[in-house]
Design a protein. Structure first.
Length: 275
C-alpha cells in the first residue's frame, strides 16, 4: 500500500491537499491518507467491477426467482456502502503497519533470494494460504454464537447478484479479508504482486456472486466458482471455500453444485415456465 500512498502524495496530496509543513512521513497524515485511499479504492473496485459484472455477466432472469427479494439490488448496494467504511478502519491499521515497514513486502525482484520464481511461488502460496484461512473463518462465522449477529446479513441474498459480494456486516467483511492482510506479515511478497492480488481477490469475490456457473468440466470440482457459492447461499452449510474446493473436501462440507446436476436456480425457473 505504500506504493499507492507514495503516488497519491506525489501527484495529489502534497501539491494540492495538505499544508506544505505537514511531512509525508508523519503518522497522523499517513493514517488519514490511507483511510481515504482505502475507502475510495474499495468503492471504485466494488462499483466498477460489480456494475460490469451485473450488466454483462449476471443473468437477469434470476431476478424472477421466488427467492430474489424486492428491491434487492439497491438493498445490496446500500448495505455494502454502509459497511465498507467500517471494514476499512481495522484494514487501514494493517496497511499503516505495512507502510511503517513491519511487513515482509519488498520492492525489487532482486530483493528476493528466489528471483522471479519466488514471485510466482508467492502468488500460489498466497492463494492457498488465504483459501485455507477464509475457509475456517467463514465456517466459524456459521457457528451459532456468531452467525445471527455477524454473518446472517450476507445470507439475506439467497439468489445473489454481484453487488452482494461486499454486502457484509463490517465484522464479517473484515474477518474474511484478514488472511489477505496477514499473509505479507508472515511471508515475503513483492509489493506490486500484492496490489495485483488485492485487486484480484476483490474481483473474484464479485465473480462468485455473479450467477454465471460456467466452469471448464475438468475443473468443476476443483474451482470454487459461482455455482458452488450459490449453493452456499441457498443451503448454508456447504462450500465455504473461496477459490478451491480443497478445504471443503477436507472438512466434509463439500457439496456438488445443484446447477451442475440440473437442479439449480435456472432449472427451477425453467420448470416454473413450463407449468
Amino acid at each position: 500500500m505504500d506504493l499507492v500512498l507514495e503516488a497519491a502524495d506525489r501527484h495529489i496530496l502534497t501539491p494540492y491537499v495538505y499544508p506544505a509543513g505537514w511531512p509525508e512521513g508523519e503518522p497522523c497524515r499517513q493514517l488519514l491518507s490511507l483511510f481515504v485511499i482505502t475507502n475510495l479504492g474499495a468503492l471504485a473496485l466494488y462499483l466498477l467491477f460489480g456494475t460490469l459484472s451485473y450488466y454483462f455477466i449476471f443473468d437477469h432472469e434470476l431476478k424472477k426467482h421466488p427467492q430474489f427479494l424486492e428491491n434487492q439490488v439497491s438493498r445490496e448496494i446500500a448495505y455494502a456502502l454502509r459497511s465498507l467504511p467500517w471494514i476499512s478502519v481495522p484494514t487501514v491499521a494493517l496497511f499503516f503497519a505495512e507502510v511503517r515497514g513491519y511487513s515482509k513486502l519488498y520492492d525489487n525482484i532482486e530483493d528476493s533470494p528466489y528471483g522471479w520464481s519466488g514471485v510466482f511461488l508467492s502468488m500460489l502460496s498466497f492463494l492457498f494460504f488465504t483459501d485455507m484461512g477464509i475457509y475456517w473463518i467463514h465456517r466459524g462465522l456459521h457457528h451459532k454464537l456468531f452467525y445471527k449477529r455477524f454473518h446472517k446479513p450476507h445470507h439475506l441474498w439467497k439468489i445473489a447478484t454481484p453487488f452482494a459480494s461486499h454486502a457484509f456486516h463490517p465484522v464479517d467483511g473484515f474477518m474474511q479479508s484478514l488472511p489477505y492482510h496477514v499473509y505479507p506479515f508472515l511471508f515475503p511478497l513483492h509489493k506490486v504482486t500484492y496490489l495485483g492480488l488485492y485487486i484480484f481477490v476483490n474481483v473474484w469475490t464479485i465473480s462468485i456472486h455473479d450467477g454465471d456457473y460456467r466452469v471448464p468440466r475438468l475443473l468443476r470440482h476443483v474451482i470454487n466458482g459461482s455455482a458452488h457459492h450459490t449453493d452456499h447461499h441457498l443451503y448454508f452449510d456447504y462450500n465455504y471455500g473461496q477459490y478451491f474446493t480443497l478445504w471443503d473436501k477436507i472438512g466434509g462440507s463439500y457439496k456438488s453444485p445443484t446447477s451442475f446436476e440440473g437442479k439449480g436456480p435456472h432449472d427451477y425457473l425453467r420448470k416454473l415456465r413450463e407449468k
